[in-house]
Design a protein around this ligand. Structure first.
Ligand code: ATP
Ligand code: MG
Length: 310
């Protein structure tokens, strides 16, 4: 796979698990999960992509035949299968996948009020953590039990946003949900960043909406923007990543640059709070005590110079 001639930024920190998540559908979660995972593998990282969407788009995009989706992430969440046995290699050196299957959509009903149901994935991933540098979780468009499991299993979350009118409202809701999960379950997940996707400056409103999102979320927004590129939309139909389908496409370049920025953010996160990322695979600890005087519970940390996201 072509990965560009310049040396990528170094990241030799510990494993980072990242949920690619948004309540909104069709914003580029799967496109970003697949191509970011492939780009990270292309620069020598050991990467696992966990497909958590019952539609299995990420699995199909990577060429897993529909008839071979099982065993899948549904076996981990619904049937407590051991994760090691489910990890599959892909054609791309360094990139592994656990596919999704349709029965994942039954998780909310099947697990009902089972105690600890939000932490099933967090616990299940522990044995494979030493095997990878990055684990990416492609989530369905909801905040039901499966994406909640993804968030609780992750160190960080990445939110693709299409710069449409009021698109940031979805981000604020997501950040509030993550804060509430932290208060309830004691698992801290940090915003790795907001990725602007399907940016099309030929439309009149694009610049206004991009500026509004950058103005509101400042350094939390990745510098690289993923422009609309038909090659990115065509690649999954061939069961290929953009690097296999058309390595010279602008979409391929964009995802290579996004991978470089992810490495920089991962390094910054590791440097700024090594205590938060080392040995973090134990049972969750209770949330911080309320600050004296304010009565407030410490919110999750967000990376970048811009301070908290509200
Ligand atoms: N930068 C892009 N340029 C052109 N098309 C794109 C781009 N990114 C994604 N697409 C296309 O837009 C559609 C939605 O993208 P994708 O499936 O990645 O979104 P999603 O958030 O995972 O959707 P869902 O909520 O259904 O899981 C797909 O057809 C995809 O090929
Ligand atoms: Mg998807």
């Amino acid at each position: 796979m072509e990965t560009g001639s310049r040396a990528p930024p170094r990241y030799d920190g510990p494993l980072m698990i990242t949920a690619v998540v948004s309540k909104k559908g069709g914003v580029g979660k799967t496109t970003t999960s697949v191509n970011l995972a492939a780009a990270l593998a292309g620069i020598g990282k050991r990467v696992l992509l966990l497909d958590l969407d019952s539609q299995a788009s990420a699995s199909l995009s990577l060429g897993v035949p529909r008839s071979s989706l099982a065993p899948s992430t549904a076996d981990i969440i619904l049937r407590h299968a051991s994760v090691e046995a489910l990890v599959r290699e892909t054609r791309i050196p360094g990139l592994h996948i656990i596919p999704a299957s349709a029965d994942l959509s039954t998780a909310d009903q099947t697990l009902g009020m089972v105690s600890g149901r939000e932490l099933i994935l967090h616990r299940a991933l522990a044995p494979i953590k030493p095997l990878f540098d990055f684990i990416l979780l492609d989530c369905p468009s909801s905040l039901s039990l499966v994406p909640v499991n993804a968030l609780m299993a992750s160190d960080t979350f990445l939110v693709p946003v299409v710069p449409h009118f009021l698109a940031w409202e979805g981000v604020s809701n997501l950040v509030s949900t993550v804060s509430r999960l932290y208060e309830r379950l004691g698992r801290r997940t940090d915003l790795l960043g907001i990725v602007l996707t399907m940016v099309d400056y030929r439309t009149k409103a694009a610049r206004t909406n991009v500026d509004a999102i950058r103005g509101k979320y400042r350094d939390h927004v990745f510098a690289i923007e993923i422009r609309t590129n038909t090659r990115l939309a065509e690649a999954p139909g061939n069961g290929q990543t953009i690097f296999e389908y058309d390595a010279a496409a602008t979409g391929a370049r964009a995802y290579r640059l996004l991978a470089a920025e992810v490495l920089i953010r991962a390094s910054a996160r590791h440097r700024m709070a090594p205590y938060a990322v080392a040995g973090d695979d134990d049972e969750p600890s209770p949330p911080d005590q309320p600050d004296e005087g304010t009565g407030a519970v410490a919110p999750p940390r967000f990376w970048g110079a811009g301070g908290g996201v509200r």
